[in-house]
Design a protein around this ligand. Structure first.
Ligand code: NAI
Length: 260
């Protein structure tokens, strides 16, 4: 990563990102810093979060780490209130999310259902709930929620995940409609399968992980899976003023999968 002073899309802005200790979140945090933002890196994985901050520091960027479990509404409000009053909160990226083992709906127990709903829906809700009053007061703000291909497709054996990610997309649209008059935009990015630890965990429980990876990639017109940096590019675009007239949109970043 190197800072490109000529084309800084988030110069002097404060960006808070959840789930930024790895994968798409880490890559996005690094990209936001590279675009000139002060980045508040949050996660429940403290070591991973600090590693993200170290990488940003090493590249000459500006970041801090705060432990933040997105399911803890009080903590989400505490951190966001503090960041908003200290720096102003220009961009909130609700990226933290979790999957579940592939099983048919009737085999998914209530504990897994509730856990995934809590992280993927309530987690995004909590971030938006805490950030919106500040963004409305300051008269601007951009929220980017990380959905999934599962926001727009019903994925077999992924009933809870698909339900939660569809909710994320419609929550995003609702916020765009409600908060638009206050100068606040809300968008979602909907990635296809992307090479992160979440994907590795999914593959690890398949009978033949390498064959499963190849079969997955074969379904994509581009014949490969996504890279975290490709999802980060879409998130940074929607976060920034380059997308100043884009709101309520779900940007699918899936190498063409959903067109087939
Ligand atoms: P990842 O597993 O690398 O990153 C997820 C991060 O969220 C981790 O650092 C984890 O510690 C954090 N996290 C989990 N629960 C949390 C909680 N309660 N509070 C705060 N942080 C928490 O996975 P990846 O792939 O980077 O996922 C990022 C987002 O992208 C997720 O919302 C995921 O659903 C979404 N996504 C990922 C796809 C993929 O194929 N990797 C495809 C479509 C969407």
């Amino acid at each position: 990563m190197s800072r490109d002073d000529e084309h800084m899309r988030l110069e002097d802005e404060t960006v808070l990102i959840t789930g930024a200790a790895s994968g798409i979140g880490r890559e996005t945090a690094e990209r936001c810093a590279n675009e000139g933002a002060h980045v508040v890196v949050t996660d429940v994985d403290d070591d991973g979060g600090e590693t993200t901050v170290d990488a940003i520091d090493a590249a000459g960027g500006d970041a801090e780490y705060r432990r933040l479990d997105v399911t803890d509404s009080d903590r989400v409000h505490e951190v966001i209130d503090d960041v908003a009053t200290t720096h102003g909160l220009d961009v909130l990226i609700n990226n933290a999310g979790t999957g579940h083992p592939s099983s048919s709906l009737e085999e998914i127990d209530d504990g897994i259902r509730d856990f995934v709903v809590d992280v993927n829906i309530n987690g995004v809700w909590n971030g938006c709930h805490a950030a919106l009053p500040h963004m409305k007061d300051q008269g601007h703000g951009s929220i980017v929620n990380v959905g999934s291909l599962a926001s727009i497709l019903g994925l077999p054996k992924q009933a809870v995940y698909s339900t939660t990610k569809a909710a994320v997309l419609n929550l995003t649209r609702t916020i765009a409609a409600e908060a638009g008059p206050y100068g606040v935009r809300a968008n979602a990015v909907c990635p296809g399968f992307t090479e992160t630890q979440m994907l590795e965990q999914y593959l690890a429980i398949q009978e033949d992980p390498e064959a499963a990876r190849e079969a997955m990639a074969e379904q994509y017109p581009l014949k490969r899976l996504g890279k975290p940096e490709e999802i980060a590019s879409a998130i940074v675009f929607l976060s920034s003023e380059e997308a100043s007239f884009v709101s309520g949109h779900g940007l699918v970043v899936d190498g063409g999968f959903s067109t087939c």
